[in-house]
Write a protein that binds this ligand. Structure first.
Ligand code: ADP
Length: 400
């Protein structure tokens, strides 16, 4: 079975074709700057093998349907084709927000479109593109199942005490305002992978998963089920992110409106795009922040301190939520690569049984690995996330 995984963003499409027989990647690619003057596409056939062939194109790509068509042409025709179009058995799509209705992967139908459109207000930056991608693929691949895999689905086992905000109840009933979380596909994937590496059933694993990329979130996983997560109604709540504030006093909106005359849209934009690490020190890439710290930049140090303190605070609160913690798992761009952030995130937690081995922590690897000291009661892991493979597996599951 060959599954094409598509992640459509507002001006980009990431894709991977996966052969489920051995879960190998047959082709991968990234289409960028869709709808801008000059678009770009980087495609690799048989990536990471001695047959790897790379194609880079620069040309106008007016819309997502064109971008997808271009990608399919590279996958299925020309000298570097990896398979015929009719060999693609299904397409799996990443969708950020499923709301309460879409609590598991679905094979998309035209009848679902009105309900899917309802979810767009929960993730206005992501969902319209995600769902548009599925619509384009339905047209390009008539009769081929299109499966939507929702980032929020893993969080649907969170109990009401954790997902409810203490607002008047009507806003939950009428407007569906509650915490939904995000990055669920990644949290589930790394928690499952950790259980496999630890040699224990996923259904018995209690873990705290820490996904630190440009967006960042954490989850508390009890007996293989998510029981709490740091993102909320939207992916703004929780940890300090590249440009997103994470937790702030909700009265900040009123305060800024009254004292600075800022409009709501401006404040929202500031919290999403000008805050987080960037807001604190002007940089949102951790590599730049470390370089600046090495040169004595105090604001960069502050940004690192605020970010890692917040992670530690969430680890502490999820320990209280879970009672027994078997593993803390770091993943995504920062979690997989940044030993300083990992060490600071668990600093001082020895009395709670979390102790990192600094030498192992500093050893670089692309593999899942344990980085805790031998006398640590809790395992600490670094596990590379693989959302594309997770989506392909979910797609295969639902078809079977
Ligand atoms: P997303 O998928 O949310 O866009 P990623 O998971 O790819 O993000 O993470 C991107 C971030 O990872 C970068 O902004 C950067 O801060 C961080 N990062 C990537 N490589 C490294 C590295 N070697 N050391 C520290 N941080 C890194």
């Amino acid at each position: 079975m060959k599954i094409l995984v598509i992640n459509s963003g507002s001006s980009s499409i990431k894709y991977q074709l996966i052969d489920m027989a051995d879960e190998s990647v047959m082709a991968t690619g990234l289409v960028e700057r869709i709808g801008e003057g000059q678009g770009a596409l980087i495609h690799k056939a048989h990536p990471g093998t001695d047959r790897e062939a790379k194609i880079a194109l620069e040309q106008p790509i007016p819309d997502h349907a064109d971008g997808l068509k271009l990608s399919i042409d590279l996958i299925c025709s020309g000298e570097n084709a990896v398979c015929a179009m009719d060999e693609i058995d299904a397409v799996g799509h990443r969708v950020v927000a499923g709301g309460e209705k879409f609590n598991r992967p679905v094979i998309v139908t035209d009848e679902m479109m009105p309900d899917l459109r309802e979810t767009e207000r929960l993730a206005p930056l992501h969902n319209p593109a995600n769902i548009g991608g599925a619509r384009d693929a339905m047209a390009l691949f008539p009769g081929v199942p299109q499966v939507l895999v929702f980032d929020t689905a893993f969080h649907q086992t969170i109990p009401p005490q954790a997902y409810m905000y203490a607002l008047p109840y009507k806003y939950y009933e009428e407007d569906h305002i509650r915490r939904y979380g995000a990055h669920g596909t990644s949290h589930k994937y790394v928690a499952k992978e950790c259980a496999r590496l630890m040699g224990r059933p996923f259904e018995e694993l209690n873990a705290i998963t820490v996904h630190l990329g440009n967006g960042a979130s954490m989850a508390a996983v009890k007996n293989g089920l998510c029981v709490d997560t740091s993102m909320g109604l939207t992916p703004l709540e929780g940890l300090v992110m590249g440009t997103r504030s994470g937790d702030v006093d909700p009265a900040v909106h009123h305060y800024l409106a009254v004292n600075r005359g800022m409009r709501l849209a401006e404040i929202d934009d500031m919290l999403h795009k000008e805050s987080g690490l960037k807001g604190l020190c002007g940089m949102n890439d951790m590599r730049d922040i470390h370089a600046a710290i090495a040169e004595g930049n105090e604001r960069a140090q502050l940004a690192l301190d605020v970010q890692t303190y917040r992670i530690r605070k969430y680890i502490g609160s999820y320990m209280a939520v879970l009672g027994r913690v078997d593993a803390v798992i770091f993943t995504a761009g920062i979690g997989e690569n940044d030993q300083v952030v990992r060490a600071k995130a668990v600093e001082g937690l020895d009395p709670f049984g979390m102790k990192i081995d600094h030498d192992i922590n500093e050893t670089r690897s692309k593999k899942g690995r344990r980085i805790n000291a031998a006398d640590s009661a809790v395992d600490i892991w670094v596990i590379p996330t693989n959302e594309e493979l997770a989506i392909a597996r979910e797609t295969k599951n639902i078809l079977q």
